[in-house]
Ligand binder design. Structure first.
Ligand SMILES: N[C@@H](CCC(=O)N[C@@H](CS)C(=O)NCC(=O)O)C(=O)O
Length: 216
């Protein structure tokens, strides 16, 4: 098997997503800190791999892949043998629809809220905008709560890329100083995920270095 290298600081949620999948699949890999205080994203060698100068970037042998969703799909397709991303088209679509929803609806609201409430210095925070986003996130998590009723994981009986994409938000969602709606199914799912070492290692990462930091 070729050597797998992942570039990206572990305080980046998109890097965390990739690390979670690498760990779930039990793959040997090397992670190189990049981005944030580590810098390196404007180095010509890095830009040659990732034209956007963002993390994460994955190299597997001769293949270089960027965009966290492309990375996790690649890893699951190449090494998952059906785990995380089913081969059957109908089952795969069930996973894909929730992964797409997590990446295009849940994540954008949640990350904006995180930037407004955590990364923006208190004196510059806009309480009304924070409340509007918080309410939108609360709706998103309520939808997720309904989906999780009667099933242990987002797309059914097994952990999948749907859980990875949506679950990457959980630690910060529950640690951010905001009011959250009652979502017992999401809470139980969070407990199930926290029982997994890959989730704890990749996602339950304190974000102290990100408080009041708007610079990266
Ligand atoms: N859509 C991209 C987003 C990549 C992105 O914006 N990464 C952020 C970290 S989450 C980044 O590189 N920020 C600059 C830095 O860390 O210095 C993905 O999912 O990979």
């Amino acid at each position: 098997m070729a050597e797998i290298t992942l570039w990206g600081r572990l305080s980046s949620c998109n890097v965390q997503k990739a690390v979670w999948v690498l760990e779930e699949l039990g793959l040997p890999y090397r992670r190189i800190d990049a981005g944030g205080d580590f810098g390196g994203l404007d180095d010509p060698a890095y830009r040659a791999m990732n034209p956007h100068g963002k993390v994460p970037t994955l190299r597997d042998g001769d293949q270089v892949i960027w965009e966290s969703d492309a990375i996790i799909r690649y890893l699951a397709a190449r090494y998952g043998s059906g785990a995380l991303w089913p081969a059957d088209p109908t089952e795969r679509a069930r996973v894909d629809q929730w992964q797409a929803w997590a990446s295009t609806a849940l994540y954008p609201d949640w990350i904006k809220l995180f930037w407004m409430r955590v990364r923006t210095p208190e004196a510059q925070q806009d309480a009304e905008a924070i409340e509007a986003l918080r309410a939108r996130c609360a709706e998103r998590f309520t939808v997720l709560d309904r989906q999780l009723a009667g099933r242990p994981f987002v797309a059914g009986e097994a952990l999948s890329l749907a859980d990875i994409a949506a679950g990457t938000t959980l630690y910060r969602w529950f640690e951010m100083p905001i009011a959250r709606p009652e979502t017992p199914e999401v809470a139980a799912w969070y407990d199930r995920l926290r029982a997994r070492a890959p989730f704890r290692k990749a996602i339950c990462v304190p974000f102290d270095e990100l408080w009041a930091r708007l610079s990266f």
